[in-house]
Design a binder for this molecule. Structure first.
Ligand SMILES: NC(=O)c1ccc[n+]([C@@H]2O[C@H](COP(=O)([O-])OP(=O)(O)OC[C@H]3O[C@@H](n4cnc5c(N)ncnc54)[C@H](OP(=O)(O)O)[C@@H]3O)[C@@H](O)[C@H]2O)c1
Length: 243
């Protein structure tokens, strides 16, 4: 999809990748971007906030009424980018693992599902598209982020199902699988990280080229190649990265 002249909604827009996507969409000529966040005051305070083209919109993806209200209000969306997400960095057997698993499933899986369900009729009416920001950790479990990885694996399955259900209605569904990106989510974690701006460009390049699977950084591309060639080896490498 060419985003020029299109109306786009980005969830989690006050976050690192979300805000970079908003700016990159404007760079590429999007007509209007709904920058959706739980805290719209935070959106209005973001650097380079452009009230002429950006509409700050309150959405908590875990609240069905909030999602339904937004869908009723935004009937002009061509491209929905489900970017909101949380990572509590807990392993599955951590004492707090069950509670973090619940919270991550609520946002990363059920929240994304809720957005897809509410906006499917909107984007279908415009023969538009949906892009879900999943994670490379949805394709291989990293035990230190075990509960998050599992929630993103659910997100990957959700993406495939929604893609199949919407195909006959002319809606493209893109899956985005980043590796580590330098945002609040990875603050304090020492490792090579892509910048949110680089990742936003790669995501929109992938959407422009109509790529159904988008690996927006060198690390995710490398891991994906590994998963295609030697999936068990990749699983073992990630499994060995215990605290
Ligand atoms: N950073 C990475 O290394 C990385 C790698 C792979 C995938 N991802 C994915 O990329 C996406 C963006 O993450 P990020 O790195 O940009 O992290 P971030 O800066 O922490 O941004 C996350 C965004 O999600 C929002 N959010 C959380 N819960 C929400 C809810 N219930 N309703 C609506 N919005 C909610 C946050 O809003 P608040 O400010 O209100 O909390 C924030 O705007 C996530 O889906 C993440 O899983 C990130």
């Amino acid at each position: 999809m060419d985003v020029s002249g299109k109306v786009v909604l980005v969830t989690g827009a006050n976050g690192g990748i979300g805000w970079a996507l908003v700016n990159e969409l404007l760079e590429r000529g999007a007509a209007k971007v709904y920058a959706a966040a739980r805290n719209i005051e935070a959106v209005a305070q973001m650097a380079k906030f452009d009230p002429g083209h950006v509409v700050a919109l309150r959405i908590d993806v875990t609240h069905e009424t909030s999602v339904a209200t937004a869908a009723a209000q935004c009937q002009d969306v061509d491209l929905l980018i489900n970017n909101a997400g949380v990572n509590h960095c807990k392993s599955l057997l951590d004492p707090e693992g069950l509670e973090t698993a619940r919270q991550e499933i609520k946002v990363n899986y059920l929240g994304t599902l809720s957005m897809c369900r509410a906006f499917a009729p909107v984007v279908a009416a415009r023969r538009g598209a949906i892009a879900n920001v999943c994670s490379i950790l949805g394709l291989v479990n990293l035990p230190v982020n075990g509960t998050y990885s599992a929630s993103k694996a659910a997100g990957h399955s959700l993406l495939q199902g929604v893609r199949a259900e919407l195909a006959s209605r002319g809606v493209k569904v893109y899956g985005v699988y980043p590796g580590p990106v330098d945002t609040r989510m990875t603050a304090g974690q020492e490792m090579d990280k892509a910048t949110p701006e680089q990742v936003a460009k790669m995501i929109l390049d992938g959407i422009a080229k109509d790529e159904e699977y988008i690996f927006p950084d060198a690390m995710s591309q490398d891991v994906y190649r590994g998963l295609l060639n030697a999936p068990r080896e990749v699983e073992q490498q990630f499994g060995a990265m215990l605290p």
